[in-house]
Write a protein that binds this ligand. Structure first.
Ligand code: HEC
Length: 397
């Protein structure tokens, strides 16, 4: 048995993605839970001044009673549960997956010569600089005087997101740019846990062990970063699934699409945060719906002048085009370097394959998501011919 690198990479992809989703669900689940808990606390029944609030709940057939302290409790409990490995493993698995796909095959996934032609090493370097730079800039911002005023910080953070999105979408392939903004934001979220929240909590616990009162600033800083993470969660989740939607990632105004979706996600999250504390502001999800509706109109397919006025060629010609431009990857045994099995199981060889996948092919060809980075140099006329053939009913004889 001869095992190729492409086959191993496929397994690494599968296992990392699986782990990433499991860890991500655990992390985001815990984080949503604590925010909901925080926002639904009631004043303590026993009037204990050290207790900020308490909550009774029922779940999985059991009753739970939780209290949140102002600062710290009278004494440290023997066992204290920490929440950090969910976040760390989400990042470790996610970053490894990013490296495997977007750096391992930068020429296919990260670079798009129609956006900007650059060598793979430069794309890797630039994307690494953006991931690191994003955290450094955000962290500086929070620690600057902007950090003391939530409204100013929000404005500065939003400006940063706009700048980063414009930069990424003008440097990299559509899907590469979306994932990169997602990786950058996800890195900020995990770094908030690893560099601010957990170290602060460690210092609080250490002070208590020495019998001193912990500095309440650590609690406040931790809370600030944790709130930021809340608003970033839904946008990041969308960015992680965005490669499935070339209608957005490949669009001419993909940067605007990214920003509108991020806005919708943050508004919806804000709605839930308020709702947990008993207030419902329906203007928020309405705003999110408007953002999505704008996007719906923005990316709606319009007759594309580039692909108009072309007659459907005979099937044999279509088959030859697909063989030349798609089948190096989309074959039962792909010949393209680094592709071990037909991507997404899409084989485009026999006439029946072309007929079956016609609708999906049209989306991929029209949005120019395929061939990735136009690796096989398809011309607009060739795209137009295949599209015309599909429009005319994708007949195979
Ligand atoms: C260099 C290799 C390569 C070439 C050439 C290529 N593809 Fe793909 N194709 C891929 C990869 C990789 C994916 C999976 C993308 C992903 O992970 O989302 C894919 C996915 C697809 C999908 C499934 C999309 C989905 O998300 O379900 C379709 C349909 C498709 N390609 C059509 C085409 C067509 C049509 C052509 C020729 C015009 C083509 N591809 C050329 C690599 C290629």
């Amino acid at each position: 048995m001869e095992i190729e690198w492409g086959y191993i990479a496929e397994w690494a992809n599968l296992l990392l993605r699986w782990l990433h989703i499991i860890a991500g669900i655990a992390w985001i689940g815990a984080s949503f839970y604590f925010i909901a808990l925080d926002n639904s606390l009631e004043p303590p029944a026993d009037g204990n001044p050290r207790v900020r609030g308490e909550q009774w709940s029922i779940h999985g057939g059991g009753f739970y009673y939780k209290r949140k302290y102002v600062g710290a409790p009278e004494a440290l409990p023997a066992k204290l549960h920490w929440f950090k490995w969910e976040a760390y493993w989400t990042w470790i698995s996610g970053f490894a997956l990013f490296v495997l796909i977007y750096w391992g095959q930068a020429g296919t996934y990260l670079v798009d010569p129609r956006v900007l032609d650059m060598p793979a090493w430069l794309a890797i370097l630039l994307s690494a600089a953006m991931i690191l730079g994003g955290w450094v800039a955000y962290d500086r911002l929070c620690r600057s005087r902007f950090g003391e005023d939530e409204a100013k910080l929000l404005a500065a953070g939003a400006a940063m997101l706009v700048a980063v999105t414009l930069l990424a979408t003008h440097l990299f392939s559509g899907r590469g740019a979306f994932i990169l903004v997602g990786v950058m934001t996800g890195t900020i979220m995990v770094a908030n846990v690893a560099m601010v929240i957990i170290p602060g909590q460690r210092k609080m616990v250490a002070a208590m062990e020495k019998g001193e009162a912990p500095d309440p600033r650590y609690g406040l800083w931790g809370k600030q970063r944790s709130v930021h993470n809340t608003y970033l969660t839904l946008p990041v989740l969308f960015l992680m699934i965005s490669p499935h939607y070339p209608m957005l990632t490949q669009h001419r105004y993909n940067w605007l699409a990214l920003l509108l979706i991020a806005l919708a996600g943050a508004l919806v999250r804000q709605f839930f945060v308020l709702r947990h504390s008993g207030r419902s502001n329906w203007a928020l999800p309405a705003g999110g719906a408007v953002a999505v509706a704008l996007l719906f109109v923005l990316v709606a397919p319009r007759p594309d002048a580039r692909f108009a006025g072309v007659e459907a060629p005979p099937f044999a010609e279509v088959q030859a085009l697909v063989a030349a431009h798609c089948a190096s990857c989309h074959a039962a045994r792909p010949s393209f370097e680094g592709i071990a099995s037909p991507p997404k199981g899409v084989v485009l060889e026999a006439p029946a394959d072309l007929r079956r996948h016609a609708a999906a092919m049209r989306v991929q060809i029209e949005t120019e998501a395929m061939p990735p980075g136009n690796l096989t140099d398809m011309t607009d006329t060739q795209r137009a011919q295949i599209i015309a053939w599909i429009r005319a009913g994708a007949r195979v004889q």
